[in-house]
Design a binder for this molecule. Sequence first.
Ligand code: FBP
Length: 548
Amino acid sequence: MTKSALQIARAAYKPKVPNVLTSIVEIQEGAPTQSVANQDEVKQLFPNTYGMPLIKFVEGTNRPEYTPINVGVILSGGQAPGGHNVIAGIFDGIKNMNQDSRLYGFILGPGGLVDHNYTELTADIIDEYRNTGGFDIIGSGRTKLEETWQFDKGLEILKKLNIKALVIIGGDDSNTNACVLAEYYAQIGADVQVIGCPKTIDGDLKNEMIETSFGFDTACKVYSEVIGNIQRDCNSARKYWHFIKLMGRSASHIALECALQVQPNIAIISEEIEAKNFSLDDVVNYIADIVAQRAANGQNFGTVLIPEGLIEFIPAMKNLIAELNNYLAHHEDEFKRIKRSAQRAHIIDKLTPVNSKIYASLPETVARQLTLDRDPHGNVQVSLIETEKLLAEMVSNRLDEMAKEGKFVGKFASQVHFFGYEGRCAAPSNYDADYCYSLGYTAAGLIGAGKTGYMSSVRNTTAPAAEWIAGGVPITMMMNMECRHGKMKPVIQKALVDLNGKPFKLFAKNRESWALNTDYVYPGPIQYFGPTEVCDQPTKTLQIERSI
Ligand code: FBP
């Protein structure tokens, strides 16, 4: 395989790790824990893994004798930069315990465990993938591991390969399932430990003990670089408004982080739209007013950041989507038989008056996107909805009306962009390379200590890596009960943007000035080699959250 000069240089990079991981690790256990809410229900559902203590790794003196251990690893869900380094960390960690330990990767996500599709990850393979982006070492998938028959089927192959521990690298849902699996294997005495690792570029798997999910740092840096470039182009030509949609299926952490990095003219934060009960028209008016104000100053250009999940946070749109989900779930075949050109009118006819009116007001393309195939859970696939086009078109229409009323004097031309996939497999930043390797090495330490139902945790990451704190958090500690598909289920609480949190407050304090002045910041590309202040900075979100 031909490699770029950067790839070759990057392969030799040695991730920085907490000092404690370079020493003899001893386990320090804290007090028993409890779930964030619904303690009684969660406790009842997880009798074997509830209430376990927090674990902190500390420097020890006596190195235990480790017997060889076989470990399995699964990459679950969307790609996130650094996944290969988590696997490298696990590999090095279990080899450090005993050179005869072995690592097996299950192919294409959790489905690989159920289908007995695996490969042994040897030193040669691991070395090929150190510090690289992507999940291609074993691939990823979105099969949900939640049924007992899947757990039993998985156990057959784990037993055959003599695998004593499984590491599941995934987001909130995958780690919820990891916890259910840990509980099940403990309950049936399967003698298989299960450990989770926090992954997702969306940044919505975080809490007091998990500072950030891996991949968020790199992905946001990639998007911010490109947005910065667009801002410079836009400030040079001074003739376009750029509507930029950013990934983040529900939470707006990516949009907020990018806004803090690039200081755009407008950034919409879904959580705020929901809290203020904004309608789609309110969002359109908000943008159009800023466009008009800038035009009055002769600035017929600007940037608008739009979180991917926005549409589902607008209460009226949420109701419309819920009714559409329900209608399509029950009339899918009937709907598909209708001629494409007649589908819109058909839906308008079937919906309740309020939703019908909103649906009818949507541009043709967006109306169609809302009726496209649902995901395996019957939900609309938000990444397929071109919110950026929707808003650009609606803002343009609104400005035409304002022009007639004499409230807009200027020109409006738009460009639309969607940034998501281009950031998910980028070569991990130094932060993600170090963080991920440490998470993997820590997971190996938890396995060595015989733990199950824990998530690997590396904290204090705004300090130099040597001072990072490694350990484990019982996954049940992050859980609460939520209604999923009509049933109450124990799930890890998703972390949305906190409107009372410091990062949002800083953004809110500055946004008026960023709207009217052109205060763009141009972050430039991720730097892998060079001064630490250029190469090793964590996200703004993390820095602001952890500032005193
Ligand atoms: P995860 O939560 O699984 O990490 O994936 C997040 C994400 O990147 C979202 O931002 C996006 O909506 C989604 O994946 C896209 O999914 P797919 O890769 O299936 O198109």
